[in-house]
Design a binder for this molecule. Structure first.
Ligand code: SPD
Length: 357
């Protein structure tokens, strides 16, 4: 009997060890299973301590990867060979991913914390009924600038960026929709314009901005602006807020002719291997205390009403970052313009980048 017990304990030990090794190997390869969860998110877009807390609470190991544009995220998911359980695309990309059948419908019964989301951010046209996505952060695109470095300048319009005094002074977001959109808006056209003549006109106008463009960057704009190495940056509102904590001389405006209102939502892509764990992760991030900590860390605007009640007024009472509905009404949400039009936007952006170099 003693021998049988020893053999049994041995077998259990060896199998647990094997399982652990297999999990670690899968984790290293980016494959999820019930014990791992692969999260694919924008850079600088989560408090990693919260990821550790999720791991401790659930026993699930999180593999965390980042991307810097919706297009890069989509390509990775379309390519296959990955098992992303969670991704965080923006609205037009969610619509595109739904269209391409790349998303798994959410089980709302497993997301009781959804009740904390402000109704204003639920049931939006790109995903009616939030069948595939739930709000993570939202914001605008605007101009972040340093009045101390540019005492005589004011920025109320996109056209202010064409001022010859700003030579080699502006940082742009490395995003096709943002840059082409800025060209379109500066001419009074819609961010979702599909008229070829208008798009060519926008490119032509953007090409005349190149002497003022210092660099086209991703998250590096935070360091450059915080250290006064650039005076102006086109920025997503949350990044602007984050840099403004670091460098109090900076300020942020949304140009008067209009701009983009965007929503980044959590989704479960078809590549998922741990659908149960993905729901657990989403529900965890929707918890008001977790959402409040995450918001304090990343500085973006939270759609979680219960989290807002836990956050300092200094943060959530600032209308530059929590604009009321009357202000957001004049802004435009990117539409899914279809495969051909999105390729054209990317192509025009590439031409602009080549013209700059
Ligand atoms: N550093 C985090 C950036 C996240 C920004 N998402 C904005 C998407 C706008 N379409």
């Amino acid at each position: 009997m003693k021998k049988i017990m020893t053999a049994f304990v041995g077998i259990v030990l060896v199998s647990s060890l094997l399982l652990l090794v297999i999990n670690r190997l899968n984790a290293a390869k980016g494959y999820s299973g019930a014990d791992t969860l692969t999260v694919f998110n924008w850079g600088d877009y989560i408090d990693m301590d919260l990821v550790s807390q999720f791991e401790e609470e659930t026993g699930i190991t999180v593999i965390y990867e980042t991307f810097d544009s919706n297009e890069a995220m989509l390509t990775k998911i379309q390519q296959g060979g990955t098992t992303y359980d969670i991704a965080v695309p923006s609205e037009y990309m969610i619509e595109k991913m739904m269209e391409e059948d790349l998303l798994i419908p959410l089980d709302h019964e497993k997301l009781p914390n959804l009740i904390h989301i402000d109704e204003r951010f639920m049931d939006l046209p790109f995903d009616e009924g939030n069948k595939y996505s739930v709000p993570y952060f939202w914001g605008t695109v605007g101009i972040l600038f340093n009045p101390e470095l540019l005492p005589d300048k004011s920025f109320t319009s996109w056209n202010d960026l064409w001022d010859p005094d700003l030579e080699n002074g502006i940082l742009l977001i490395d995003g096709a929709r943002e840059v082409i959109g800025m060209g379109l808006n500066s001419l009074g056209y819609s961010l979702n314009d599909t008229n070829r003549d208008h798009l060519d006109e926008a490119l032509e106008k953007l090409n005349t901005l190149t002497p003022n463009v210092k660099a086209i960057v991703g998250d590096e704009n935070k360091l450059l602006m915080a250290n006064n190495e650039a005076a102006v940056s086109i920025a997503w509102s949350g990044d602007a807020r984050d840099i403004m904590w670091e460098n109090e001389a900076l300020t942020y405006v949304v140009p008067e002719e209009g701009s983009n209102l965007w929503f980044d939502n959590m989704v479960i892509p078809k590549t998922a291997d741990n659908i149960e764990g993905a729901h657990q992760f989403i529900n965890f991030m929707l918890d008001p205390e977790i959402a409040a900590l995450n918001t304090e860390y990343v500085s973006y605007s939270t759609p979680n009403q219960s989290a807002i009640e836990l956050l300092p007024e200094e943060m959530v009472g600032d209308e530059r970052f929590y604009p009321p509905a009357e202000l957001t009404e004049r802004l435009e949400v990117y539409e899914n313009l279809g495969r051909e039009m999105l390729s054209l936007y990317n192509e025009l952006f590439l031409q602009f980048k080549m013209h700059k170099n």
